[in-house]
Design a protein around this ligand. Structure first.
Ligand SMILES: [Zn+2]
Ligand SMILES: [Zn+2]
Length: 474
């Protein structure tokens, strides 16, 4: 975002900001506006031709020259804020002698642009993008030193011009004038506001019941991404840089309410049961009851502000429904299957790539999937694959994507093939050690990947056989 027209008055402020960013100390780099002034060079628009005798061509343009000269005669004693410039060591009035010329040129370009774009489909974006460029070209003074020099005259004359032009339809006039009137009222976030956004977001992360095992895989994802930008960055071709509006507090809150609703409607016990994944309803019930109680206790000492009440209400309702459902469904599931497992459906388990690889963050999930696919391709002595595709998916989801409510799988293998299975887990260890893992001392983790996720395996028995003990190749 830095451009060559920004003059740094306090270089140390800039260095600190960059340093903070590099150290990962702050979420958003902030450079206080008292640390720089900006002036842009004027641009020449394609197809622009100066009117004949300009600016003595008409009363409107003559008036611009007159008002600009009158203003410059007074500046910087025109208003209390600009008067502060007199005591600033970096201020030179001679840097501003071109203001009347700049004002005139910028207005004339703006008029040309409006005239050529007003009847196009994209008129509003085209014209307001140019307004923004033109406004920013007046530069910026450090905080406390007043508005950009000459900018009030740009607004004043442009307002007059738009109202006066008969070729601009009245609905378009209104929208353009609204844009200009609101420009100065735009919500500008100061650093405390940004901190307020971060704080609001963190509160939500701490409130949402991620401790329930079917939500736990979402936490690492949501914890790191603070949605401070309200929209995708849009390119303004006239400024030539990407800008994005910062989220307002109100916008962030409605975003959080939306996320809460979405997560709760997409992941819950009923959906798990439908997928045949509600394998331990008693455990889930306990988790839900505990999470609900934690939320209640938390709010005994903490009065939520308005911004939190909305999603708290949704959570409360959800907890009530979830508890009721689990209470009703648990005895039914127990009856259906003595082992306490729900009837299995043919739906494959969703592997949510968004979580990344929770087993080993640095390893792309696809590496693990590709590595273990051989279990579905090679056949055991009974002629069937070691795992079905569905079993492989369930294993990946449970071991790598945090979906710990999924049951352990069982290999289709004879006892003589067990070390062949171990070999494949050892191969993943060899692939990862020193590459995706910072250490080579992580064999227990890779043994557990097998013993924690499959039935009939014993960690201490494998410990002494973890390696390449069989000739058969994967
Ligand atoms: Zn004119
Ligand atoms: Zn002034």
């Amino acid at each position: 975002m830095l451009n060559r027209n920004i003059h740094i008055i306090k270089p140390e402020a800039m260095l600190n900001t960059l340093q903070d960013l590099n150290c990962g100390k702050v979420h958003v780099a902030q450079l206080s506006s008292d640390a720089f002034t900006i002036q842009h060079e004027a641009t020449t628009l394609e197809g622009y031709v100066r009117p004949e005798n300009f600016p003595a061509c008409c009363g409107y343009h003559t008036n611009i020259v007159k008002s600009a000269n009158e203003f410059m005669a007074k500046f910087p004693q025109c208003c209390p804020s600009h008067q502060n410039l007199l005591s600033a060591p970096w201020f030179k009035k001679s840097n501003y002698t071109d203001i009347p010329d700049k004002l005139l040129t910028t207005l004339s370009h703006t008029e040309h642009h409006i005239h050529h774009k007003i009847n196009e489909a994209t008129w509003y974006k085209d014209i307001t993008d140019f307004f923004e460029y033109a406004i920013s070209s007046f530069g910026q003074l450090p905080e406390g030193f007043g508005a950009p020099v000459g900018l009030h005259l740009y607004f004043y004359h442009l307002d007059y011009y738009i109202k006066d032009r008969k070729e601009i339809p009245s609905n378009k006039k209104k929208r353009l004038l609204d844009y200009l009137n609101n420009y100065n009222k735009r919500e500008v976030l100061d650093p405390t506001d940004i901190n307020k956004l971060i704080e609001t977001y963190k509160k939500w992360v701490n409130t949402f019941p991620f401790e329930i095992s079917y939500f736990s895989h979402l936490k690492p994802l949501l914890e790191k991404r603070i949605p401070l930008l309200a929209e995708k960055a849009v390119e303004n071709p006239y400024i030539g840089l990407f800008k994005a509006k910062l989220q307002t507090l109100k916008g962030l809150v409605s975003f959080l309410v939306g996320v809460t609703e979405k997560i709760l409607s997409e992941i819950n016990s009923m959906i798990l049961a439908e997928k045949g994944l509600l394998t331990d309803p008693e455990k889930i019930r306990l988790e839900v009851v505990n999470a609900n109680r934690r939320l209640e206790l938390k709010h005994l000492n903490d009065r939520p502000g308005d911004e939190r009440r909305q999603y708290l209400r949704i959570l409360k309702q959800w907890f009530a429904g979830e508890k009721r459902y689990l209470k009703e469904v648990t005895p039914l599931l127990d009856k259906l299957s003595p082992a306490g497992t729900a009837p299995k459906k043919e739906n494959p388990v969703d592997i949510n790539d968004q979580t990344g690889n929770l087993f080993c963050n640095a390893m792309p999930l696809q590496v693990a999937i590709d590595h273990f696919r051989v279990f579905t391709e090679q056949k055991s002595t009974n002629g069937k694959p070691f795992l079905t595709k569905k079993q492989l998916n369930a294993f990946i989801a449970r071991a790598f994507c945090g979906q710990t409510t999924i049951v352990k799988q069982t290999f289709n293998c004879s006892s003589r093939e067990k070390l062949f299975i171990v070999k494949r887990f050892h191969q993943l260890y060899s692939l990862a050690a020193g590459r995706y893992e910072n250490t080579t001392q992580c064999t227990p983790k890779y043994i557990k990947l097998l013993t924690d996720n499959f039935t009939n395996w014993n960690h201490s028995a494998i410990k002494h056989n973890f390696g390449n003990r069989v000739k058969r190749n994967w």
